[in-house]
Design a protein around this ligand. Sequence first.
Ligand SMILES: Cc1cc2nc3c(=O)[nH]c(=O)nc-3n(C[C@H](O)[C@H](O)[C@H](O)COP(=O)(O)OP(=O)(O)OC[C@H]3O[C@@H](n4cnc5c(N)ncnc54)[C@H](O)[C@@H]3O)c2cc1C
Length: 407
Amino acid sequence: MTANPKKALIIGCGVAGPVFALFCKRAGIEAAIYEAQQVPDDHAGLFLNVASNGLDVLRTLGIDTQIEAEGFACSQMVMWSGNGKRLGNVRNGAAAGQGAVSVILKRGVLHRILREAAGRQAIPITFGKQLIDITVTDEQQVIATFADGTRATGDFLVGCDGVHSRTRQIIDPNAPAPTYTGLVSSGGFSQSTTVPPTPDTQHFIFGERAFFGYLAKPNGEIYWFNNMAYPGTPRRSELEAIPQTEWQQHLLGLHSNDQPFIKDVICATEGSIGRYPIYDIPTLPQWHAGPVVLIGDAAHATSPSAGQGASLALEDAIVLAQCVRDIPRLKEAFSTYERLRRERAEKVVRASRKTGNAKVAANLVTRWFRDLMMPLLLPLFANSTSLGWMYTYKVAWDTSVVEGVGT
Ligand SMILES: Cc1cc2nc3c(=O)[nH]c(=O)nc-3n(C[C@H](O)[C@H](O)[C@H](O)COP(=O)(O)OP(=O)(O)OC[C@H]3O[C@@H](n4cnc5c(N)ncnc54)[C@H](O)[C@@H]3O)c2cc1C
């Protein structure tokens, strides 16, 4: 494989792709991004949490202030039962003074900010380039072939192509498929004059039959989502084929015995109600092969319950760039990246799955027990000390990876 690689082909312009490209630029490595979507869609998706640890990576690039300016600072989560009993508070992010305050923002806005940051550094981003195949020449050059028949050549290729990664399938056709968690996430954006603003806070309601989360901005805009148990292994296209009125009725039915404002928020949704079957990848045997490596969801997709998927993708991006910068041979660089990242990423995936499993209680007894125990257990197991490992991970870009990163 090429030593001291000069050019990276980056597949996917979601979260990991543009950020890895920006770190390449800093490391003096040329990067080009190829994205399957025909055009950027800055209104796609719901919203997500960029946690303290993810913001820390963006701070290294000087993009954190823009995220903070366009997002909703949110340092705490308040838990409720469906009938309005307060179950407790959980910190969302590093303890005060130990890191940035986590920020919630629309997915499309995050994508736009990252894409524009890459554009300002003259990193080429080509849309309408769906990766279908990868070949490696005798000279150890990697060639990406796209669905439109075009090709691109580089010294290494980074699969930033998400949970259903084509790059992953190519480097390991026997790789385990992402696992369906049994949950579907659904949500949207509403305008309300009756729900009071929730400064610095996201609220979570453990409803009778489903889980509901929301935040209300000072201008009355509400970001909301629901998590429901959903049978089978649904595909997103299948769920999106269900007419909106039918889907909305289903949601209203699930929350019919919960706090009444939930119904109002769902009914006030502007535009479509998004539906996302939740898949994760608990462990993937192979993170790299030859001059090809995976980062972000492609390597370790996590369910959204820990609010960490984007932040893990950002951490991967900085660590991989350090490895390629500091270790001349790609094989060792990729192995070091995997060694530094695998344990943490898999731990987050497990923690997130566990949280997700608790969202939908099977019956009256488990619900009763959960609502009784949660006020006692949250302060013990979900305080800023016990969650510190997740939120205070820091990578010092100027430190050589040979000396160690990620404390
Ligand atoms: C409903 C939901 C809520 C979530 N909430 C949160 C949250 O609150 N906090 C959080 O941190 N995470 C959350 N996540 C997870 C988070 O979105 C992901 O972990 C994160 O986006 C991963 O970044 P990525 O760059 O690896 O992949 P993505 O952001 O998925 O980007 C992958 C990119 O690759 C492109 N692509 C795919 N295939 C190809 C191909 N063959 N060729 C070229 N391009 C391709 C895609 O179009 C996409 O642009 C949530 C996920 C879901 C589904």
